[in-house]
Design a protein around this ligand. Structure first.
Ligand code: NAP
Ligand code: HSE
Length: 449
């Protein structure tokens, strides 16, 4: 009869797409059973039937590895094989895909990922440190062996941002990637602001909640977020991963008075990453910045991440979600696993590794307005000397505010007009050397968002 079609089979049993192997299970090994690894086991055990249906085939854990076999991880591992050596795990004949969630840029994580790729197994990893340093070589190794290397969980936690760049926005020339990409830092900054709690106490909470890296210095020093920015920039701009070119500054120097003063002037402080092309190359920076309090970035609370991507045809797109922790990270891992189970095998950075061009680092950073906090002697003529140091470098003052003094010194806050970071630094060097300056000046960029 005209117009009548056989209804699609939604049960999956007889469902077939050319090129898919829908009859065999996808057999998985997991290296690492900490926050993320245990989360992946939990998610598969909770939603196995649904995930199999979405994948179009069974997704089965075959074997696992960690340092301690006897540790209670809150999940039942009895049905899985065990390997003490993650490289042996990666090479098992009964494994199709390795999930690497041990961490560490070199060592066993790198060894087992390379072993898996070389022996023709797909890899899904949350390890941004490893890929920031070895991503280019690993992407080439995956391609040479016809397998997938996926890292959605390594960037912005549960937000499917790599997928957005490599798939949904693939028709656009990307002009800017910007965002808050470290959950621990945003949790620390917003909790300190809300509760007045001490920096170290809040950091300890973030560790207990499973947000922080094994060494939290990677979080608060900005390195973890810089790893993520380097991976996103490579994917967005078609360049080789160039982590060493990311200008990185952490949040260790941000004090509660800075957080409150910024708020008072209509801003919030965020550890913000920006990657964009400017006239002389690719600018990549991860540093504490001020953003307007009423902007979407300014309103981010807790462990939440937000990434903005701008493309020439689409304009600005915004993605928000939890940036760390067991559930969100496991969610990103399983998203990658289901893609591979469905037969989606694309190059790690969205195009063949041989097509990725070397990234020429832009220098110096683009112009911007800055927030300055100075601790100055409360005496006649002090401000004139500061104004003179700024004027010598053509740094123009937009706004200025002085807070109550302690009898000897007073905090002075200045917002500048747009200026080059190099000129500002020269002025700050002069100000720091003035006899009326009683503490090293604090300077934070005010980002256009
Ligand atoms: P974690 O809780 O410290 O867990 C690490 C796991 O790896 C542990 O099970 C540990 O074994 C195992 N392991 C470490 N070294 C090993 C070795 N030499 N041989 C065998 N197993 C080893 O770390 P995590 O928070 O789950 O993070 C794992 C990875 O995911 C890291 O790359 C991290 O950057 C990334 N990531 C984490 C999050 C998050 O929110 N936590 C989010 C995104 C990405 P034992 O348990 O026996 O000690
Ligand atoms: N330590 C990281 C963070 C985990 O806090 O964002 C997610 O990558």
């Amino acid at each position: 009869m005209h117009g009548q079609r056989k209804p699609p089979n939604r049960a999956g049993k007889n469902f077939a797409i050319r090129g898919w192997n829908m009859t065999q299970p996808l057999r998985i090994a997991i290296a690492g059973l900490g926050t993320v690894g245990a989360g992946v086991v939990k998610m598969l055990q909770t939603h196995g039937t649904m995930i199999n249906s979405r994948a179009g085939r069974a997704v089965e854990i075959v074997a696992v590895s960690a340092r301690s076999r006897s540790k209670d991880r809150g999940v039942d591992l009895a049905a899985f094989g065990w390997e003490d050596d993650p490289v042996a795990l990666a090479r098992r004949d009964d494994v199709d895909l390795l999930i690497e969630v041990m961490g560490g840029e070199d060592g066993p994580a790198k060894a087992c990922v390379e072993a898996a790729l070389s022996s023709g197994k797909h890899v899904v990893t949350a390890n941004k440190a490893m890929l920031a340093h070895h991503g280019q070589a690993m992407a080439a190794l995956a391609e040479a062996n016809g397998v997938a290397l996926r890292f959605e969980a390594g960037v912005a936690g549960g937000i499917p941002i790599v997928k957005a760049l490599t798939e949904g926005l693939a028709g656009n020339k990307i002009t800017r990637v910007m965002g808050v990409m470290n959950g621990t830092c945003n949790y620390i900054l917003t909790t300190m602001e809300a509760t007045g709690a001490d920096y170290l106490d809040v950091l300890r909470d973030a560790q207990a909640l499973g947000y922080a890296e094994a060494d939290p210095a990677f979080d608060v020093g900005g390195t973890d977020a810089a790893h993520k920015l380097a991976l996103l920039a490579a994917t967005a701009f078609g360049t080789q991963v160039s982590f060493d070119a990311v200008v990185t500054q952490g949040i260790e120097q941000i004090s509660l008075p800075d957080i409150h003063a910024a708020r008072d002037m209509g801003y919030r402080i965020k550890l913000l990453g920006v990657a964009q092309r400017n006239q002389d190359g690719l600018e990549q920076r991860m540093q504490p910045c001020l953003v307007p309090s009423d902007s979407p970035l300014g309103m981010l609370e807790g462990v939440t991440n937000m990434v903005l991507i701008e493309g020439d045809f689409i304009g600005q797109t915004v993605y928000q979600g939890p940036g760390a922790g067991e559930g969100p990270t496991a969610s990103a891992i399983l998203g990658d696993v289901v893609d591979v189970a469905r037969g989606l095998v694309i190059p790690a950075f969205g195009q063949p590794s041989s097509a990725l061009l070397p990234a020429k680092a832009a220098s110096p950073g683009s112009e911007g307005a800055f927030y300055l906090r100075l601790e100055l002697e409360d005496a006649p003529g002090t401000l004139a000397r500061v104004a003179e140091a700024l004027a010598e470098q053509s740094v123009s003052i937009d706004r200025m505010r002085q807070y109550s003094h302690n009898g000897k010194t007073a905090p002075v806050l200045i917002v500048t007009h747009k200026t080059s970071p190099a000129r500002l630094q020269s002025a700050l060097d002069t100000i720091a050397a003035l006899s009326v300056s009683h503490a090293p000046p604090v300077a934070l960029r005010i980002e256009d968002v």
